[in-house]
Design a protein around this ligand. Structure first.
Ligand code: FAD
Length: 384
């Protein structure tokens, strides 16, 4: 391929930015096109396991992330009504020793800002909503909603669950509504402490059909976050999310433990989000277009590994393109899918089933994974 070759990444979410940063580090010329006019610190937390921290090490942001995130010693699972402990999954020093990197919980906006800072200056373009895409023998033309255009040799579709690139490859199809919503709220932990109750750094409260996952989002322990899974028959709201309320939360978690009740009473603002997924896609790439992350394998978020899979995808794609060079992108794309489909599908299935760490299981197959050191499988699935 010519020295001027370019990779266009569409979508600067957690997966797209990780892919772009790693591809740039590998020497490729990469531009990222994002529909949003800018990014802000929206109210949500996220888990980042050792499998992802190893990728951030390669990107060069691990230490900075460790400095701002919370490092829980355990993931506790507790019965939502009685408070009985169902599992105590060791993290903290154990994660560092056993899986080779820390386990963090962090504010999503802080994480994203750090990732963006790792991109080469001037390569992230905001306000670029991909409207259409056209491939010819020598490249791909991208047309954006603002009337501007770009050209690239290959295009990475990191544009989330409603991906325009997935639609180009496979046609228009809405994602499936799972029948559950997730409520999200950020709380002031100092105020909570004044109740005299114990608010653990990382705990999931479960009953048979719903749960509340709660954790710190900062190293200093001032900010606390919850995200739920609650059955709701239909998503009958406009937009990506809708406002919820303390009253709705009280009703959804009636009978739950006093600690959960205290969280609800301390809630000032809470939103609810539809939990969406898709059936596994018949293809991950075609020609010069390739998908990653939620564009490719969205899932219910109950394993806290959706973004992790998007970031792992980005790392594997960069690894495969480095192996083959851009001129043989067809081989790289096949290699990428051969090395990602099984793991992403397994995580997707466990996440959708919402069983992860409810009992004392061994999470090593997820957390111990090191994407840069696993042997590459050949396109036929055999170790290369
Ligand atoms: P996205 O983050 O959706 O990014 C897509 C980007 O593409 C966006 O910036 C969007 O604006 C842009 N875009 C879309 N269309 C266009 C277009 N036409 N042109 C240009 N740009 C476009 N995962 C975890 O790993 N840990 C967690 O703890 C966790 N908690 C979650 C909690 C909830 C309630 C939910 C709903 C999800 C959670 N996830 C978690 C999952 C995680 O959020 C997603 O899997 C992850 O964000 C997917 O990343 P992505 O980069 O593929 O897509």
């Amino acid at each position: 391929m010519q020295p001027g070759s370019r990779i266009a990444v569409v979508g600067a979410g957690l997966g797209g930015v990780a892919a772009a940063a790693l591809l740039q580090k590998a020497g490729f010329k990469v531009d990222v096109y994002e529909q949003a006019p800018a990014f802000s610190r929206v109210g949500a937390g996220i888990h980042m396991g050792p499998n992802v921290l190893k990728i951030f090490r390669r990107i060069g942001i691990e230490d900075a992330l460790v400095a701002i995130g919370s490092k829980p010693d355990f993931w506790f699972s507790r019965d939502g009504e009685t408070g009985e402990y169902l599992s105590r999954i060791p993290l903290g020093e154990h994660a560092l020793r056993t899986y080779g990197a820390p386990y963090l919980t962090v504010h999503r906006g802080d994480l994203h800002a750090l990732q963006v800072s790792a991109l080469q200056p001037g390569t992230l373009h905001f306000d670029k909503r991909l409207a259409s895409i056209e491939e010819d023998g020598s490249g791909v033309d991208l047309a954006f909603a603002d009337g501007s255009r770009a050209r690239a040799d290959i295009v990475v579709g990191a544009d989330g669950i409603n991906s325009r690139i997935r639609e180009t490859l496979l046609g228009d199809e809405k994602p499936n509504y799972s029948g559950w919503v997730g409520h999200r709220a950020l709380l002031d932990k100092d105020a909570l402490r004044r109740t005299g109750l114990d608010f653990e750094a990382c705990v999931k409260w479960w009953t048979h059909d719903r749960h509340m996952m709660v954790y710190d989002t900062t190293a200093d322990g001032h900010e606390y976050y919850y995200v739920t899974g609650v059955p709701h028959p239909a998503w009958d709201f406009d937009g990506a999310f809708a406002p919820s309320s303390r009253e709705e939360m009280r009703e959804a978690f009636v009978g739950y433990h006093p600690v959960v009740q205290a969280l609800i009473e301390a809630t000032t603002e809470v939103t609810k989000w539809p939990l969406l997924n898709r059936n596994p896609l018949p293809l991950w790439s075609r020609g010069r277009l390739v998908l990653l992350g939620d564009a490719c394998h969205p899932m219910k978020p109950h394993m806290a590994q959706g973004a992790a899979m998007a970031i792992e995808d980005g790392a594997m794609l960069a690894r495969c393109l480095s192996e083959t060079g851009l001129s043989d992108h067809a081989t790289a794309f096949r290699l990428y899918e051969a090395n990602r489909r099984e793991r992403a599908s397994r995580v997707q299935a466990v996440s959708n089933a919402n069983t992860w760490l409810r009992t004392q299981e061994n999470p090593a197959w997820v957390f111990g994974y090191d994407i840069f050191n696993v042997p590459l499988r050949s396109e036929s699935g055999v170790a290369a």
